[in-house]
Design a protein. Sequence first.
Length: 421
Amino acid sequence: MAPPKLPPKGNTDSEDSEDAVDTPTTMASTDTTALPSSSPSLAEKAQRCRAALITALSPSEPVDTILLSGGLDTSIIADLAPLTHLGLKQAVTVVCTPTAPDEAYARAIAEKHSLKHTVVRCDDPMSLVGDEEGGTLETCVRVLKTFDPMELRNAVVVARALVECKRMGAKVVATGDAADELFAGYSFLQGLSPGKLKRWIARLSRPSVMRFCAGPLAAHLGLKVFQPFLAPPVIDFALTCRRSDLIRSIPNPAPTKDTTPGEMTTFGKYVLREAVPEAYSRWRRKDPIEVGSGTTTLPKLFEEHTDPAFVEAEKARILREDGVTIRDAEHLHYYGVFRRVFASDGAASAENEDQDMDARQYRLKALFAKCGIERYGDDPCLECGFQIDRLDSWFCVTCGAWPARTGSPEGDVQEGDDLDE
Ligand SMILES: [Zn+2]
């Protein structure tokens, strides 16, 4: 998924290198966190983790294709596949700029396992988000029922990759979904106390809290997805992890052009890196999909391509007429497609509503009836009026607002949060 219901700021790391590097086979951790002597060691945890992953990588039907970003998560699937009955035959990678870091890693992994590898190149990221009818963006908006920029930036890359999988005759497609959520891959999680991190992961692991675009987009294309990090043994294992199993600072074993050898570096998903030491991308740091593939530049590109006065005028008009808060040029573009797909303007008119608030409310409720998500119900988003999908979430999956309710999320600090147990 683009991260589910995460604060919109802070889940984008960009510190990865563009240089593929060899991975050392051993690295002594210098983490000094004190652990109870009865706790399993990291080495024991890594063994359990590996067993859970191998169990998860034994599906009931062959998985012929992988969406290969070349990050740690997809590297683990591809690099463990030869030990399982997965049956991977081909891989697809999407890159939107010549400097997108995914490609070198993905190429190396595909070559290592003799996978037929297709790299889909888009001249520039804007070509993935054109507003043409039936285009990639419109498909994502229609299937996912959203105009959240962070979700769509990610989804258009996944959709483009899945279309290629379909063209290549794929039946079942593997993705690395959920590894970042269950094993603390996002950089903003590094600042959480052990207790708070554990609760964050426990909440996401509940059924249907995590949302990933690959499933619905694949179903739309008649494909199946295989998401091994969402398999029960892997989720069960993740719930046993302490902060120190997931996040550690070590001398950087894979220095890049931006870092010096031996520089202390903090890695999330640490136990995964220990569990699969043969993973080609073992010490690659996290890139969210929109950075790895190059769509991270979209907000800036939209800003450059759109007249600021037009954006401001449209923001005012849309708030007045549709009751939707538009944040910037990119958001405006996605909303335009969402509106075209889901709005029904014929039901009522905006005229003379100043005197009749009920008429306005009725029209706004009915405007997006085709979308199927309630508007102005008992828990509407402050910025778009669509129902917030969960009581325990402050994020609006329709427009991307956070916080989407008045007040602020609870502090969620509990006694003993500093104990890593
Ligand atoms: Zn909203």
